[in-house]
Design a protein around this ligand. Structure first.
Ligand code: SF4
Ligand code: SF4
Length: 430
C-alpha cells in the first residue's frame, strides 16, 4: 500500500462536499459527515486541497522547522518557486536567500531542466515504438495513466525528473575538499503534494530526495529575508537559463527541433488528451507534454501566487538575457550513454481493489451496477456520500456501499444527515 500524500483532518472537515464535487477521479466519499479519500483512486492532483475552505486537506510535506534535525540540508527548488516573488527579486537572490533561512546550499534545478530537455530530444530521435510519447514529469499524469490508462504506460518517457538529475550530479561532483558531507539531505521545495518522496516507492534506504517542503511553507520566511536582510552573496551563482520555462506548460520541449509535439494542462484537459491518445487520434504526434495543473507547475496546489501574476513574473524572467553557462555537450552525451537520465523502474499498472480479474466477474459486476443504477434517481445530489448516482451504483456493485445509502431508499439515513448537519426540523416537526 502506498503512503498517502494528502490527509483529511476530520476535526476541520464540515462534510459540505466541496472536495467531493471537484475530485476528477471520484476518489472522495463523505462518511458520517466527514470526507475520506479512497487512496486507490486518488491521483494526488491536490484539487481537494485547493477548494477546501477550512484547510482540512493537508499535504504530507515536511514541516520547515523540523528540517533542523538533518545535519546538512541542500535545497532543491522547483522552477515554479522563482515565479512566486515580486519582480524585483531575481532567481539568484532567491537561491541565495535559501542559504540564510536554514539550508546549507541550494542547487540550480533549472540547469538540470535544460539537461533533461536535451535528453528528451535524444530519446525522441532514437525512439521507434508506438506514438505519441507522453511526458512523465508530472507525477499526477503518471498516476492517472497507471490507474485509468494502463495501455499507455509504455508510451511514458522513461527519463528522470530534473530534481533527481540535479541531486545526482551534485553527489557525483563531490570532491575530497568539499565541505558538503557525502550523506547530505536533499530537500525538494515542492509546488504540489504529488512530488513528496515516498520511502515505499523506490530509492530504498538511500532515496535521492530526503523529503519535501511546500513552497507555501517557505514563502514567508524567504520573503522576510529578501525584504529585510539584503546581504552579500555567500557563493557565486550563475544566472539561470531556459530551464526556468519548465515552470509552465510547454517548457519541457524547448530543446526540440522539428518534432511534432503538443502540450496540455489542467487535469480535465489531460483526461481528454489521454482518451484521444488511447483511441489513436494522436498517433502521428511525436510527443505530448501533460501537466495536471492549469498552465503547469506555476499553478500547483502548494504555491502562493495566483496563476496570472506568477505567469507574468515568469515571462519577465524569460525576457532577461539568458546568461546560463552553455551546456557541456560532451558531458551530457556521456551521461546519456551511461544511462544517467534513465529511470531505474518503469511505472506499472495499478488496479484498484475490486477490479474484475476475469470476464465472468466483469459481466456480473456490470449487471450489478446496472441494477443498482436503475434504483437511483440520477440527480447526483451527493447525500449518499458519493459524488454522483453512477459512482454509488459502482460502489454498490463492488460491495463498498449499500443501496440504502441513497436517501430515497432509506428515510432513516435522511434523518441521520439532518442530525449530522444540525438541520432544525420545521416548527410543526419540533
Ligand atoms: S488529490 Fe485529487 S484525486 Fe485525490 S482525492 Fe483530492 S481531488 Fe481527488
Ligand atoms: S503540474 Fe506540476 S505542480 Fe501540478 S501536479 Fe503536476 S508536477 Fe505537481
Amino acid at each position: 500500500m502506498r503512503s498517502p500524500t494528502l490527509r483529511i483532518l476530520p476535526e476541520r472537515c464540515d462534510g459540505k462536499m466541496h472536495c467531493l464535487r471537484i475530485c476528477p477521479t471520484q476518489a472522495i466519499r463523505i462518511r458520517g459527515g466527514k470526507a475520506v479519500i479512497l487512496e486507490d483512486r486518488c491521483v494526488e492532483c491536490g484539487r481537494c486541497l485547493q477548494v477546501c475552505p477550512h484547510q482540512a486537506v493537508v499535504p504530507q510535506t515536511e514541516v520547515f522547522a523540523d528540517l533542523e534535525r538533518l545535519a546538512y540540508r541542500v535545497a532543491v527548488p522547483a522552477p515554479s518557486l522563482f515565479a512566486q516573488f515580486p519582480r524585483e527579486y531575481s532567481p539568484e537572490e532567491i537561491l541565495q536567500a535559501l542559504s540564510r533561512i536554514g539550508f546549507h546550499e541550494a542547487v540550480d534545478t533549472t540547469q538540470a531542466c535544460e539537461w533533461v530537455s536535451w535528453a528528451l530530444r535524444e530519446f525522441l530521435r532514437e525512439y521507434r515504438g508506438p506514438k505519441p510519447l507522453i511526458s512523465s514529469f508530472c507525477p499526477v499524469v503518471v498516476r492517472l495513466i497507471q490507474i485509468r490508462y494502463p495501455s499507455l504506460i509504455d508510451q511514458l518517457i522513461p527519463l528522470k525528473g530534473p530534481e533527481e538529475v540535479a541531486v545526482e550530479a551534485l553527489r557525483s561532483k563531490q570532491g575530497a575538499d568539499s565541505k558538503r558531507p557525502r550523506d547530505f539531505s536533499a530537500i525538494y521545495l515542492t509546488p504540489c503534494p504529488a512530488r513528496v518522496p515516498r520511502p515505499d516507492e523506490g530509492g530504498g534506504e538511500n532515496p535521492v530526495l530526503a523529503g519535501a517542503v511546500s513552497i507555501r511553507d517557505l514563502y514567508n520566511p524567504l520573503l522576510t529575508f529578501l525584504n529585510h536582510q539584503p546581504d552579500a552573496y555567500r557563493w557565486p551563482m550563475p544566472a539561470m537559463g531556459r530551464g526556468l520555462q519548465w515552470a509552465r506548460r510547454g517548457g519541457t520541449g524547448t530543446a526540440l527541433q522539428g518534432e511534432l509535439w503538443i502540450n496540455a494542462s489542467g487535469i480535465n484537459e489531460v483526461i481528454l488528451v489521454l482518451e484521444d491518445i488511447e483511441s489513436g487520434k494522436l498517433r502521428d504526434t511525436d510527443y505530448v507534454e501533460l501537466w495536471s495543473c492549469r498552465g503547469g507547475c506555476i499553478s500547483g496546489p502548494l504555491v502562493v501566487e495566483n496563476f496570472y501574476l506568477a505567469y507574468h513574473k515568469l515571462m519577465l524572467l524569460e525576457q532577461r538575457k539568458m546568461q546560463a553557462p552553455p551546456l557541456n555537450m560532451e558531458q551530457l552525451r556521456k551521461w546519456y550513454q551511461q544511462g544517467r537520465f534513465t529511470v531505474e523502474h518503469r511505472p506499472r499498472a495499478v488496479a484498484p481493489p475490486g477490479t474484475e480479474t476475469d470476464l465472468a466477474e466483469a459481466i456480473a459486476r456490470r449487471r450489478a451496477r446496472e441494477q443498482a443504477q436503475s434504483l437511483f434517481p440520477m440527480i447526483n445530489c451527493g447525500l449518499c456520500g458519493a459524488p454522483d448516482c453512477q459512482t454509488l451504483a459502482d460502489d454498490v456493485a463492488r460491495g463498498q456501499a449499500a443501496v440504502e445509502y441513497c436517501v430515497f431508499h432509506d428515510r432513516g439515513h435522511l434523518q441521520e444527515l439532518k442530525d449530522i448537519y444540525r438541520l432544525p426540523g420545521r416548527p410543526e416537526e419540533r
